[in-house]
Design a binder for this molecule. Structure first.
Ligand SMILES: C[S@@+](CC[C@H](N)C(=O)[O-])C[C@H]1O[C@@H](n2cnc3c(N)ncnc32)[C@H](O)[C@@H]1O
Ligand code: SF4
Length: 441
């Protein structure tokens, strides 16, 4: 176990900060692909957990300098059509598997890359075909990521018409110069134009993404971002602290110049910026619902994808590089579009790496992901896993408590605001010893 959980106070070095799953991806392997086939071969015993559907659209207008997602900026219309056909073929095969057959998705998520890169007709055709294979009329949430500059009135209408309930807009920053320096394709004018149309279409929920600590971000600019966010009054605001993974343009530049530290704000500054934004949002009536999110009205603004996934739902991921979770088996699809398309063309499952998790790993996974919400109820873990987490994690919790980052009250672990703002740094302490590594990739 690391000696101290105290947040990193130094500059932003290369590597991943955000923890999205457990055990870490570096422990997943292509040798475990057979476990995936096995998981799908029989239905769940008893009542199955919620089922989600994820569709990855790996296309963008431009690759942002900070982005670490699998994206392509050079695909023509025929290549995009072929890719979409492959994802439909993937769904066709998977929907017939005993684990999935007869179940209806509880939530659907279109992520990327940029789902809004697709044209209205591509979106309508794709979703009609998907719905025919696995009807999503029982889904409580259809979430969709959009890049502001790809939206026009017809596109916004098409996104509404296919059933999207939660639209997430990648604004990132309200300053055109900063957007340009960071390689974004959109400008602020497009944000306002798109936002007006989105509001006019009456989506149930509109989220905006911001990043604290983009290249050339300043105190003054960050304060302006907070003001502009409050003026827009979105239903929810997600603020990421800029991280610089190895596959980003920013890291390539660091390597070329021999620099170990990225030319962006240090972690302490980024945390303070998010803290100030959260405080301003709270003063305006928003509620902080995770280490990254503020919501205007928690009684109507849910994020079913996140909460179901973090609570152990099955997730059927379609498309290149997408992640899935099937009856306790984690897996990721092939991460290059040509390999993915070839596997589907040959009628093979496009699996890159997988891991059969143990009950203990699933318990730890759910625990650390729930910690990101800022509050964890011990009772839930005794009921679901028969584990008293307050005893099991006694020493780690005591240490983090002594650092002023959490409190335990009435069987609940509650992170302080400072704890919540560095939550991803705290989670490694709860990993099994064999999973503690320097890099979580
Ligand atoms: C798939 S993108 C959202 C949709 C669309 N591609 C866009 O960028 O507008 C998901 C989000 O991840 C965040 N993100 C990407 N790279 C990041 C990084 N290096 N550090 C922090 N957040 C990052 C951005 O806020 C981005 O909006
Ligand atoms: S941040 Fe969004 S638009 Fe930019 S490259 Fe990544 S996925 Fe594409």
């Amino acid at each position: 176990m690391p000696e101290s959980t105290a947040p990193e106070k130094k500059g932003t070095r290369a590597g991943n900060y955000f923890i999205s799953n457990y055990p870490p991806f570096s422990f997943w392997s292509e040798d475990n692909a057979a476990a995936v086939e096995q998981a799908y071969a029989t239905p769940h015993e008893g009542t199955p957990p919620a089922l989600g559907l994820y569709h990855h659209i790996p296309f963008c207008r431009k690759r942002c300098h900070f982005c670490y997602f699998r994206v392509y900026t050079d695909k023509n219309a025929d290549e995009i059509k072929h890719y979409l056909d492959c994802t439909v073929r993937e769904l066709e095969t998977m929907a017939r598997k005993p684990l999935i057959e007869g179940r209806k998705p509880h939530f659907v998520y279109f992520g990327g890359g940029t789902p809004s890169y697709l044209s209205p007709s591509q979106l309508t055709e794709l979703t009609d075909r998907m719905k025919a294979l696995l009807p999503w009329d029982a889904a409580e949430e259809i979430a969709f990521e959009a890049e502001p500059g790809t939206l026009n009135p017809n596109k916004v209408k098409a996104i509404k018409d296919i059933g999207v309930t939660r639209l997430s807009l990648g604004i990132e920053n309200f300053d055109d110069r900063i957007l340009e320096i960071n390689g974004r394709a959109h400008r602020t004018k497009e944000v306002y134009r798109a936002y007006e149309r989105i509001r006019a279409e009456g989506f149930d929920q509109v989220n905006i993404d911001l990043i604290a600590g983009m290249l050339e971000e300043t105190e003054e600019n960050w304060q302006r971002n907070i003001e502009k966010t409050l003026e827009l009054q979105p239903d929810s605001v997600t603020i990421y602290q800029m991280e610089v993974p190895y596959n980003t343009g920013i890291y390539k530049d660091m390597k070329a110049s021999g620099s170990l530290v990225a030319p962006i704000a240090d972690w302490e500054t980024k945390r303070r910026w998010v803290k100030e934004a959260f405080a301003a949002l709270e003063a305006d009536g928003y509620t902080i619902s995770s280490g990254y999110t503020a919501v205007k009205d928690p009684s109507r603004t849910k994020f079913i994808y996140r909460d179901s996934l973090w609570g152990g739902a099955d997730l059927l991921g379609l498309g290149v590089a997408s992640f899935s979770h099937a009856k306790g088996v984690h897996y990721q699809n092939l991460t290059e579009i040509d390999d993915y398309d070839k596997a589907l063309d040959a009628g093979r499952m496009p699996i890159k790496r997988a891991l059969q998790t143990t009950e203990e790993e699933r318990m730890i996974r759910e625990f650390i992901l729930r910690m990101k919400l800022g509050k964890v109820e011990a009772g839930h873990f005794s009921e679901k896993f028969g584990v008293n987490i307050l005893e099991r994690f006694d020493s780690q919790l005591a240490q983090i408590h002594d650092e002023g980052l959490l409190n335990v009250e009435d069987g609940k672990i509650i992170l302080t605001r400072d704890g919540l703002l560095c939550v991803d740094n705290l989670l490694h302490d709860f990993f099994l010893p064999q999973h503690v590594t320097d890099q979580i990739v």
